[in-house]
Design a binder for this molecule. Structure first.
Ligand code: PEP
Ligand code: MN
Length: 271
């Protein structure tokens, strides 16, 4: 009896970094870009932990229109500086096709957030760009719907798509969303696209992030994306689920060990 390797996806090159195939990726950074100091401190810690890419939102999809909406263009400038200083590729969200040109100036990977997973006009525009796209599963979307969202990008000729499970809405209220880890092997059965997991938005609280990240790595995800902040208590958004940047190196060790459990995979953090 052979044990099938769960990590056989298309390899994607992002700058000098790789994701997919046998490379396990760790993407980390703050929920949102808040200030120059917070951004550069976070990015340095993410680099020092040996992570693959730096994440951070300049445009934030907030449930309330009165909540902080992100620094916008100024946030993009800070991300560009973080990239210059650390050399890390940048993952950042584009919420509106009208902002895409600006976002493309700094984003190595364009994030489509859960709330925009079915924004077909945006998906099409991102499909016309040549930049890798990270599509987060809508929190009430089926896996079929996620795969069809990816098809919108692929259909325009952009084959560099990463899928991200980030928790779905269920009756359970003990955590923010329910992380659907079964999505990982099911998506891998159905597609060659790399599949990553965001335990931070699923959990809503930092105590759950490391165990969920380890589980994601062990079930065969191609990477995890986590929120970190130099001082989570003072974060403008999602502080409760953010790990302190000082915890990231240990998390990196843990997920690397868990990823190595996957049968047949010779996994390395894709530095
Ligand atoms: C995020 O990753 O910054 C984010 C807003 O997540 P989601 O779209 O999954 O809610
Ligand atoms: Mn967040």
């Amino acid at each position: 009896m052979s044990i099938e390797s769960k990590r056989t996806s298309q390899e994607l090159r992002v700058g000098e970094r790789f994701l997919g195939d046998e490379r396990f990726a760790l993407i980390a950074g703050p929920c949102t870009v808040e200030s120059r100091e917070q951004t550069l401190q976070s990015a340095a810690a993410v680099r020092d932990a040996g992570a693959t890419m730096f994440r951070g939102g300049a445009y934030k999809p907030r449930t309330s229109p009165y909540a902080f909406q992100g620094l916008g263009q100024e946030g993009l400038r800070l991300l560009a500086e973080a990239k210059r200083v650390t050399g890390l590729p940048i993952v950042t969200e584009c919420m509106d096709a009208r902002d895409l040109d600006q976002v493309l100036e700094v984003a190595d990977v364009i994030q489509i957030g859960a709330r925009n997973m079915q924004n077909y006009a945006l998906l099409r525009e991102v499909g016309r760009s040549e930049r890798p796209a990270l599509i987060k599963r809508g929190f009430s979307s089926t896996l079929d719907e996620l795969l069809l969202a990816a098809e919108y990008v692929l259909k325009e000729g952009n084959e560099q798509v990463i899928l991200c499970e980030r928790g779905i809405r269920t009756f359970e209220t003990a955590y923010r969303f329910t992380l659907d880890l079964a999505a990982v092997p099911v998506l891998k059965e159905r597609t060659h696209l790399p599949v990553i997991v965001d335990p931070s938005h699923a959990a809503g609280r930092r105590e759950l992030v490391a165990p969920l990240a380890r589980a994601a790595a062990a079930i065969g995800a191609d990477g995890v994306m986590v929120e970190v902040h130099p001082d989570p208590a003072r974060a403008i958004c999602d502080g409760a689920q953010s790990l302190p940047t000082s915890a990231l190196a240990e998390l990196a060790e843990q997920v690397r060990a868990a990823a190595e459990l996957v049968a047949g995979a010779d996994t390395l953090l894709a530095a």
